[in-house]
Design a protein around this ligand. Structure first.
Ligand code: ADP
Length: 484
């Protein structure tokens, strides 16, 4: 291992953005302060094509390694990520804005996928099928799909990268990654640590660009790229799905959510309030599994709203680098304007502001933690993915009503509900049309569990034993002429 184990955030930054680099660049700024952090390479189709070629050239040797050899290298990458968790977390907070403690949590979470898939890659077992004729044997091999393209969002600049790169590499694939334009620095830092861990040239290529669309076209139209893994909005996911049709690419899509958070009148209200804060206000509400619609049973609605508001009021808003901060800024001015538009529309149509309801006094990209009650159909916020620190509360009368309204959306990523009734827990969990369900839990993601959605929230699963399958093809192999 090189001197890299002593790098702090400034050293890491100097390594990933060399001062003498010529060519087009684009700026990365701190969403808390607006300060310029660095300029990174603004790549275009030619560079994307070059990255694909290098990934293609690196594929045979990487795929031919044993799973154990790949695991050893991935394990080193995992160790280097953890050794640099402070430097990476500081970089993450600077480019993305989330509080430092959350950023550190994301580094540990991100590293956990590398460790998990380093192990899981060793278990890509095939099958031997009982034969259908004498003299024949039927086998199934599981082989790496080939060169992978990945496009990741800005809300988890480390976690979303390792969740795709680690299983791809563990399976024996090589990968070309285009990180989000708001947060390319963490991806570059991870790639730098990957090099130090011994991941060979071409196995992980990072293409940074101010404009995603031309890069995505090259990735989706290339016949060399056999799989595309995307996390982002449903709108862009649909575009990419259409673009992949031309080469019939295998696809994984982790798209938008519209998570219901249902509190039944038999719930532990204080636990539900804690869960709602975790689910709603983590990352300032900028996660695809954030509670997006709170449904509270009529009998406890007032009690829940007042305890929720009292707890949210105490959450300090500010620059994520300050240790006291619980809620950071939104990613950019456009995001803050979008969230404010949703709140304005709801209030104009009769919603009541229980807390907040506008820009935070810090200004810039900061938005005041907001709780709205009296949400009715017809308000845009009743159906939109909010992606901000705004909790809209609706009330419901019956279990059937809650389930019907929770399912009345094209999305199906995460859903949460709170009850102490065991029979109800099973009934509701089985009827919610979602890929992930939390009962009496506001935080459900883990490297060991399958993350993913149904309906327009996506295709495929990340993490867990299922996550490796996304990067493997089944090959049926018949052996004949074996009769004595
Ligand atoms: P979000 O709302 O989280 O920003 P996006 O879907 O816009 O979600 O962005 C997620 C990722 O998709 C980012 O890496 C972004 O650069 C990329 N992206 C945005 N627009 C396009 C597009 N038209 N084609 C391909 N990728 C895109």
């Amino acid at each position: 291992m090189s001197d890299i184990s002593r790098m702090d955030c400034a050293d890491l930054l100097a390594r990933i953005v060399p001062a003498d680099d010529a060519g087009a660049r684009f700026p990365v700024t701190n969403p808390s302060t607006g300060a310029h952090i660095a300029d990174v390479a603004d790549m275009g189709p030619t560079e994307a094509q070059g990255a694909i070629e290098r990934a293609r050239a690196a594929l045979p040797e990487w795929a031919a390694k044993t799973a154990r050899e790949r695991a050893a290298i991935l394990r080193k990458w995992h160790d280097l990520i953890l050794a640099h968790q402070d430097a990476l977390a500081a970089l993450l907070t600077r480019e993305q804005g989330k509080p430092l403690a959350e950023a550190t949590g994301e580094i540990v979470y991100g590293a956990s996928f590398v460790e998990w898939f380093a192990e899981e890659g060793k278990r890509a077992y095939g099958d031997i099928i009982p034969t259908n004729a004498p003299g024949r044997r039927l086998l199934v091999l599981r082989q790496p799909i080939g060169v992978v393209g990945a496009i990741t969002p800005w809300n988890f600049p480390v976690g979303m990268v390792t969740r795709k790169v680690a299983p791809a590499l563990a399976a024996g694939c090589t990968i070309v990654l285009k990180p989000a334009e708001d947060t390319p620095l963490c991806a570059l830092a991870l790639a730098e640590l990957a090099r130090d861990a011994g991941i060979p040239e071409g196995v992980l290529e990072v293409v940074t660009a101010a404009r995603a669309e031309p890069i995505a076209r090259v990735l989706t139209e290339s016949p060399v790229v056999r799989k595309l893994s995307f996390t982002g909005s449903t709108r862009v996911g649909k575009l990419l799905m259409a673009q992949c049709a031309g080469t019939v690419k295998k696809l994984s899509l982790e798209l938008g959510g519209n998570a219901p958070f249902i509190v039944f009148d038999d719930a532990d209200i204080d636990a539900a309030v804690t869960g709602a804060i975790q689910s709603k206000f983590r990352n300032a509400g900028q996660t695809c599994v954030c509670a997006n619609r709170l449904f509270v049973q009529t009998g406890i609605a007032e009690k829940f709203a007042s305890r929720f508001a009292a707890a949210v009021k105490t959450l300090p808003v500010g620059d994520g680098m300050a240790t006291s901060t619980a809620i950071g800024p939104l990613i950019n001015a456009g995001a803050a304007a979008k969230v404010d538009g949703l709140v304005r529309d709801a209030v104009d149509k009769g919603a009541r502001c229980v807390l907040g309801g506008g820009a935070h006094e810090l200004g810039g990209n900061f938005y005041a933690p907001t709780i709205l009650s009296g949400i009715e159909p017809g308000m845009t916020i009743a159906d939109a993915e909010i992606f901000g620190p705004v909790a809209p509360i609706q009330t419901f009368e019956s279990e059937a009503d809650a389930i019907a309204r929770a399912n009345d959306t094209p999305y199906g990523l995460a859903a949460y509900f709170w009850t102490r009734d065991l029979a109800r827990a099973w009934r509701v969990a089985e009827q919610l049309e979602y890929g992930m369900i939390g009962l009496n839990e506001g935080f459900i993601s883990s490297e060991a569990a399958p993350f993913g959605g149904v309906k327009e929230s996506g295709i495929g699963r990340e993490g867990s034993k299922y996550g490796l399958d996304e990067f493997l093809e089944l090959k049926y192999f018949t052996m004949g002429g074996l009769a004595a």
